[in-house]
Design a protein. Structure first.
Length: 130
């Protein structure tokens, strides 16, 4: 028995979707552009950066190049791997998911780490002078 043409369709023909109540509209194109910008910010835009990211997340270079060029976005597995190696990707994902408190907390922790690095460097300079 075959299905008729009058059967219910799973997707609308117009491709329109209903956004979640209260959430900002964020589509796949915006996601791809945001991930591409974050990758370029942390790794640069060179061919070497593409190769480095591909090696870090164990992904195909062509796929990673598509991420850098905002043609595609990473899958869930690769997104998690990117978040391990890229602070900018973490910030983008938290911002997209409307977790602004976590973004602020991350920025505070990052600033604290930088201050600690500076204090260690200052201590090393003071010890050399004495």
């Amino acid at each position: 028995m075959s299905f008729t043409e009058n059967d219910r369709k799973l997707r609308s023909r117009s491709g329109k979707t209903f956004p979640n109540a209260g959430s900002p509209r964020f589509d796949s194109v915006a996601f791809q552009a945001a991930i591409a910008e974050a990758l370029r910010r942390d790794f640069g835009g060179s061919t070497a950066a593409v190769k480095r990211v591909a090696k870090l997340v164990r992904a195909n270079e062509r796929g990673v190049r598509n991420w850098f060029e905002a043609r595609n976005g990473p899958s869930g597995e690769h997104l998690v791997a990117l978040m391990r190696h890229s602070p900018s990707v973490v910030e983008i994902v938290l911002t997209i998911s409307d977790q602004l408190d976590l973004v602020r907390l991350k920025l505070v922790v990052d600033a604290r780490e930088r201050v600690l690095e500076i204090l260690v460097a200052l201590d090393a300079v003071v010890r050399r002078e004495t």
